[in-house]
Write a protein that binds this ligand. Structure first.
Ligand code: IPM
Ligand code: MN
Length: 326
C-alpha cells in the first residue's frame, strides 16, 4: 500500500524485561514492510515505577486518545509487587481506553481459530475486598462483573468476525456453575445469534474447551469468552499453536485508538540473553497494521512468519530472518 500521504501515529511502550527487545524487532519488520509510523516512545513499566513512582497518569492516557495505535512489549517486573504494574499500566490501558475486545488468533498448518476475549469486565475489574485481613478469620472476596452492554458488544464482534471467516462461533463459559454470569452470557449469546442466521453456533464449558484445544483445536473458528477464561485458554491455545512465542494479540476499540501486544509476559529470566522469540511481537505488529488499514503489509508479515519451525536464532536474528522473507 502506498503510505506516503498518511503517517500513522503510534505510541510505543517497550515495558519490562524482554518487552523492549521484541518491540524493537517488531518495529524493524514494520519499517521493512514499507509502512511509515510516527512513533512516540513512552518510558513506562517496572523500571520507571521504581525510579520515580509513576505507573501511568491520566494525562498520558488522554494523549493516547489522539493516537492511532499503541504498541506494547510486556509489563511486569520481579522487583515490583505483583499487580501494581499489571493493574496500574496494562489493565488501566485496557479499561480507560475501553479496549473491549482482546483478539488472539491461533494459526498453524492444522488449525486456524481466533479467541475473542472480553477485555474490560469479569473478574478483572477489581470488585471485592478484604474483611478482618491478617487475622485468623480473614475473608477475601473477588467478584466478576458482567454487564449486558459489555457482554453483548463482545459477542456481536465475534459474530461479525465469523461472517468473514468460517461462520462458526463457540461460546466458552461455565454456565453449569457460574449460574448468574453464565445465564447473562448465554442469553446474550442466543439473542445475538438470532440476528445472524447464517452463523453456526456451539457452546463449550471452559474445562471441556481445554480438552478440545489439546485434542482437536481445528473444531474452532471463533471462540468468544469472558476475561478470565479468555486469559487462561489463550495461554493453552498458544501452547498448542507453536508456543507462546508466536501468540499475538490486539486490544481493540473498533474505530478508536487500540493496543497491540504479544500474549507472553516480560520473561525477566531471559532478558538480555537474545533468547526471546520476537515473532509474537512481530505478529502483533501485523495486527496493528490491520487496524491502521495497511492490510497488504500485514499479510506479507504474516506470510513471512508462517513457517515457525524455521524461525530460529537469537531475537535479532529471527527479526532479520523475517525481514529477509518479506
Ligand atoms: C495477558 C496477561 C495479562 C492478563 C496480565 C499481565 C495482567 O496475562 O495479557 O494475557 O492477565 O490479562
Ligand atoms: Mn495471560
Amino acid at each position: 500500500m502506498n503510505n506516503e500521504q498518511s503517517t500513522h501515529k503510534v505510541g510505543v511502550v517497550g515495558g519490562d524485561g524482554i518487552g523492549p527487545e521484541v518491540v524493537a524487532e517488531g518495529l524493524k519488520v514494520i519499517a521493512a514492510a514499507g509502512v511509515q509510523l510516527d512513533l512516540t516512545r513512552y518510558d513506562l513499566g517496572g523500571a520507571r515505577y521504581l525510579r520515580d513512582g509513576v505507573v501511568l497518569d491520566d494525562g498520558t492516557i488522554d494523549e493516547w486518545r489522539g493516537l492511532d495505535a499503541l504498541y506494547l512489549g510486556a509489563v511486569g517486573s520481579p522487583d515490583v509487587p505483583a499487580g501494581i504494574i499489571e493493574r496500574g499500566l496494562l489493565l488501566k490501558m485496557r479499561f480507560d481506553l475501553d479496549l473491549y475486545i482482546n483478539q488472539r488468533p491461533f494459526v498453524t498448518d492444522s488449525h486456524d481459530f481466533v479467541v475473542i476475549r472480553e477485555n474490560t469486565e469479569g473478574a478483572y475489574v477489581g470488585e471485592g475486598g478484604f474483611l478482618r485481613r491478617f487475622t485468623p478469620h480473614e475473608v477475601a472476596t473477588q467478584g466478576s462483573v458482567n454487564t449486558r452492554h459489555g457482554v453483548e458488544r463482545c459477542i456481536r464482534y465475534a459474530f461479525d468476525l465469523a461472517k468473514i471467516r468460517r461462520s462458526h462461533v463457540t461460546l466458552v463459559h461455565k454456565t453449569n456453575v457460574l449460574t448468574f454470569a453464565g445465564d447473562l452470557w448465554e442469553r446474550a449469546f442466543n439473542e445475538v445469534a438470532a440476528d445472524y442466521p447464517d452463523i453456526d453456533t456451539a457452546y463449550n464449558h471452559v474445562d471441556a474447551c481445554c480438552i478440545h484445544l489439546v485434542e482437536d483445536p481445528s473444531r474452532y473458528d471463533v471462540i468468544v469468552t469472558d476475561n478470565l477464561f479468555g486469559d487462561i485458554i489463550t495461554d493453552l491455545a498458544g501452547a498448542v499453536s507453536g508456543g507462546i512465542g508466536f501468540a499475538s494479540s490486539a486490544n481493540l476499540h473498533p474505530g478508536a485508538v487500540s493496543m497491540f501486544e504479544p500474549v507472553h509476559g516480560s520473561a525477566p529470566d531471559i532478558v538480555g540473553t537474545g533468547r526471546a522469540n520476537p515473532t509474537a511481537a512481530v505478529l502483533s505488529g501485523a495486527l496493528m497494521l490491520d487496524h491502521l488499514g495497511e492490510f497488504e503489509a500485514a499479510d506479507r508479515i504474516r506470510v513471512a512468519c508462517s513457517d515457525p519451525d524455521s524461525l530460529t536464532g537469537t531475537t535479532t536474528e529471527i527479526g532479520d530472518l523475517i525481514v529477509g522473507r518479506l
